[in-house]
Write a new protein. Structure first.
Length: 339
């Protein structure tokens, strides 16, 4: 059924209803995520909404329901969350929400938690998705979701196991290449992800009989990698560095070059995140490629379900991460040829 629309005005809920072949009350129930609607009805209304590019009148809805139609996303003050953010915002928009971005530049978990509490207490937003660690907000449970990668309380057990398994795969590969002396350039330990990777690294070193020469943490920045490598003595036996993310790994590679150490001949290096620049660097960075888009979509879906009082959605079926061994990783034997 063709539904004429006025090009100068946005489509209405009644036009959506006409296109879907249902009542406008049914469309309203769909927009409220009414779980009693038949799956066939949901699909028809969803298709009509997409075809007409319908957006709910959020202001009118907030006047009726005392809901703002707004969600907030809290970002850490470092590069790396863009893909997660874009995917999360896409889901929010599809569900009829607007998104406010809060960037925590130089703010710790406590300060960010206070900002979140203010946003929620005065009704500016209905829920908050945080990609940065917050102080526990027990009284706001259900309205604040910290992504699994950073939050102890809300992180899924299988996701923890996946990250730990990826670290183990990296260390096992280095052991297979003949590396016996490793260093971990860790991330900030107020991030659960950094703590998980550090713990998994230490456990893997013990499992494979390798010696760790340190696991100090720092910011998610190249300076952390530079400092970690500069702290090593000239005659160190360290032949591989497992960095907590690609930025730290980039700092390790830079510091190695400054010291005249060939990568990977003298030193193998791995990162985490698969940043685009790392793929095209010379040598290309070995890393963990993470499906940030799936992670972002799932996180926002979880938040919206929590805000609406719906059941917890199922996690993505496919693993979110995989190890990509590239040019910064090689056999320890290359050290004797190139050092």
């Amino acid at each position: 059924m063709a539904v004429p629309t006025n090009a100068t005005k946005p489509p209405t809920i009644r036009q959506v209803a006409a296109l879907a072949g249902v009542s406008h009350q049914t469309v309203s129930r769909f927009l409220r995520s009414d779980s009693t609607l038949l799956p066939t009805t949901v699909e028809k209304v969803k298709a009509a909404v997409a075809e007409l590019d319908y957006r709910p009148n959020l202001f009118a809805r907030s006047m009726r329901t005392r809901r703002s139609g707004m969600l907030a996303v809290v970002l850490p003050g470092w590069v790396g969350a863009e893909r997660t953010l874009a995917a999360a915002c896409s889901v929010a928009e599809q569900e009829g929400y607007r998104v406010e971005i809060v960037i925590g530049l130089g703010e710790g978990p406590r300060a960010l938690a206070e900002r979140v509490r203010e946003l929620l207490s005065d009704g500016q937003v209905e829920g908050v998705l945080s990609l940065s660690p917050l102080e526990p907000l027990a009284e706001l449970r259900g309205r604040v979701l910290q992504t699994g990668e950073y939050d102890d309380r809300l992180r899924a057990v299988d996701a923890v196991a996946e990250d730990a398994g990826l670290v183990r795969e990296i260390v096992r590969r280095l052991a297979d290449l003949g590396h016996k002396h490793l260093l971990h350039a860790a991330g900030p330990q107020d991030f659960t992800s950094a703590r998980i990777r550090r713990t998994a690294y230490l456990e893997a070193c013990e499992e494979f009989g390798l010696r760790s020469h340190g696991d100090s943490g720092g910011r998610w920045s190249a300076e952390t990698g530079v400092a970690a490598l500069q702290a090593l003595p000239d005659k160190t036996k360290v032949s591989a560095v497992v960095a907590a993310n690609d930025q730290i790994a980039t700092g390790v590679v830079h510091a190695a070059r400054v010291r005249g150490w060939d990568v990977p001949g003298r030193l193998s290096v791995t990162g985490w995140d698969d940043l685009e620049l790392g793929r095209y660097a010379s040598p290309a960075l070995s890393t963990v490629a993470v499906d940030r888009e799936s992670a972002g979509r799932h996180a926002m879906t979880r938040l919206i379900a929590s805000v609406r009082g719906l059941p917890e959605p199922e996690p993505p079926a496919a693993p979110l991460g995989r190890v990509e061994f590239r040019e910064t990783t090689g056999p320890v034997l290359r050290r004797s040829r190139r050092a």
